[in-house]
Design a protein around this ligand. Structure first.
Ligand SMILES: [Zn+2]
Length: 368
């Protein structure tokens, strides 16, 4: 029996969360999102819906890590060998979605190396864990604040490096583990250490929807889905397809989105005005702004892109006294960001249009 997933495009409201998810799908290197909110606010629904929305993936048949036939650089050792022998066979799969149970042990997550077997036949025997399964997919970690710190560290290390590295009793093994990490937490149940907070690229707070009309829509859609999921999904098919195509198109165009030194100064002015620690926020804002431009069919980033990216990137990074300040709302960040961007001194910024990009490109709007 086919399992129907509530369509991403049928989720009412929660625009910040949906935007962050879409942008992370366009560029998984942005670095994931932390979703703060009470229970029962459609957090896992949205994460699962995103995985379901994404197009199916080509994988090298038989690979435990789902390596891509188009990406020899990030392939596992076995697939690298297949690439060199040109012996690839390709199959397709859905974008993996793993819902990490809070009770997961480190072995279950990173996998295990069989030391005994290695001793007898001299070969490495690796039993894959969840990080193998989730390569090129979405890892959903509910209640991330309730996980043990060393487990969160392991997950965030893998997410940042794009690989899972295991070392046991002198043997080691490395495999690709590139994934989008979506963590959720209920702030009433304890906070994450600031060092860990900073490693989530974005943070969004979701709350109940105050608008009566939207609330009604939520009830109607959830009942309609429950009654006849197939019919409900059919109604959203076109919207789903349009969004999926827009995301694929943006993924293709992302490397062509240019930015100028002026944009970098604007970002630096902003993060400095908000007293964020370190430089991670600057880089995340830039990546987010580029994904946003690609999503909106542009080859260049605007101040508005930077402002909207700051609204996703800064909420958990604004330091006031001790730790982060949850009282700074997205609205306040947006307003202050708009003001700073409008006032930014032209003298310190290099105003000539020296676009920087991975590939040379015209600073023009895409025409398709
Ligand atoms: Zn492989």
């Amino acid at each position: 029996m086919k399992q129907f997933i509530f369509p991403f495009t049928a989720i009412v409201g929660q625009e910040q969360m949906k935007l962050s998810l879409v942008l992370n799908a366009i560029d998984p290197k942005i670095g994931g999102v932390l979703v703060k909110g009470e229970r029962g606010t459609a957090k896992s629904t949205a994460a699962r819906a995103l995985a379901d929305l994404l197009p199916s993936q080509a994988v090298i048949s038989g690979c435990k890590f789902g390596c891509s036939p188009d990406d020899p650089v990030h392939a596992c050792d076995e697939c690298k060998e297949l690439f060199s022998k040109q012996e690839l066979s390709v199959s397709y799969r859905k974008t993996p979605f793993i819902n990490l149970p809070v009770s997961s042990t480190e072995d279950r997550i990173v996998g295990t190396l069989d030391f005994e077997k290695a001793l007898t036949d001299g070969k490495k025997h690796f039993e894959p864990g969840l990080l193998a399964q989730v390569n090129r997919g979405i890892l959903y970690v509910d209640e991330v604040n309730l996980l043990e710190d060393h487990i969160v560290d392991t997950l965030l290390d893998a997410a940042a490096m794009g690989v899972n590295h295991i070392e046991r009793e002198g043997i080691s093994f490395t495999h690709p583990a590139r994934f989008i990490m979506i963590g959720t937490m209920n702030p009433e149940e304890g906070d994450l250490r600031p060092q860990l907070l900073d490693r989530f690229a974005h943070s969004v707070t979701i709350s109940g929807v105050p608008d009566a009309e939207e609330r009604v829509q939520i009830i109607q859609r959830s009942i309609a889905f429950e009654d006849d999921p197939e019919k409900f999904c059919t109604q959203f098919e076109e919207k789903q397809q349009n969004l999926a195509e827009k995301i694929s198109e943006a993924q293709k165009n992302l490397p062509k989105v240019a930015y100028s030194e002026k944009d970098l100064y604007a970002i630096a002015e902003l993060t400095s005005a908000f007293h964020t620690e370190g430089h991670r926020a600057d880089i995340v804002i830039l990546k987010t702004a580029r994904a946003l431009a690609a999503f909106e069919n542009r080859f260049f980033i605007t101040d508005e892109d930077i402002k909207r990216s700051a609204e996703l990137t800064l909420p958990h990074r604004i330091i006031s006294g001790h730790g982060t300040d949850d009282n700074v709302s997205v609205d306040e960040i947006g307003k202050k960001a708009a003001q700073i961007l409008a006032e930014k001194p032209k003298s310190s910024a290099n105003t000539k249009d020296d676009s920087i990009t991975d590939e040379s490109t015209d600073k023009k709007k895409l025409t398709n």
